[in-house]
Design a protein around this ligand. Sequence first.
Ligand SMILES: [Zn+2]
Ligand SMILES: [Zn+2]
Length: 246
Amino acid sequence: MTSLRARPGPDVRLRRVVVGALDTNCWAVHAAGSPQALLVDPGGEPERILGAVADLQITAIVLTHAHFDHVLAVPDVAAALGAPVLAHPDDAPVWPHELGTLHRLGHFDAGTATADLLAAGHPLRPDPRRRLWDGRVDRPVHDGEVLAVGPLRVQVRHTPGHTPGGVSLLLPGGAGRPGHLLTGDTLFPGGPGLTGWPLSDFRTILASVGELLDLPGDTVVHPGHGPDTTVGAERPALTGWAARGW
Ligand SMILES: [Zn+2]
Ligand SMILES: [Zn+2]
């Protein structure tokens, strides 16, 4: 049955840079021994991100979604790296919505954390010395698409609910190696991402999370904020999340 044996994929390397007022995880993903890398969610502090990937060749910048805390460094980082920006087309309304909130309230909406962050002195506004993203995406990505990054093959999964065009990125495992899943704000340790915004939907995110939790249990989940988890650790809680309604 040797034909059924999984061929080992390249060894995946992930680098995390925690940026901005919401401690967003910005990720660089590449294969061991290969400098070609994807950069995911440059949410702020472009100099720190650029410093962390200075020895890599960033072939594309992928946005898991277009909330402010995942995109504020896009213009500076894209210009410095000369890399195209990739996102799902269904997220097109999200950045205009973010800017509308900024215009209306004078600051971005960070959900339930907004009041505490403002009180702690985070302005939740774009730095006026930096370029503001114009929302332009160089190339749309779609569910099932595979992005070639050197020897890596990165699968795009459309995982709507937190936003309409949210995506997760899967690096399949095999041959004893776990897969890796970058979930943005779709799946965290302890539950799905928040769905309190006008463009969010709880039932939709629950369906997206349910599909992700069908992946092999040893798949390592790397969320858009905070620590990692695994599919196997979160899967038993899914029915409980559905019952609690958030
Ligand atoms: Zn978000
Ligand atoms: Zn976020």
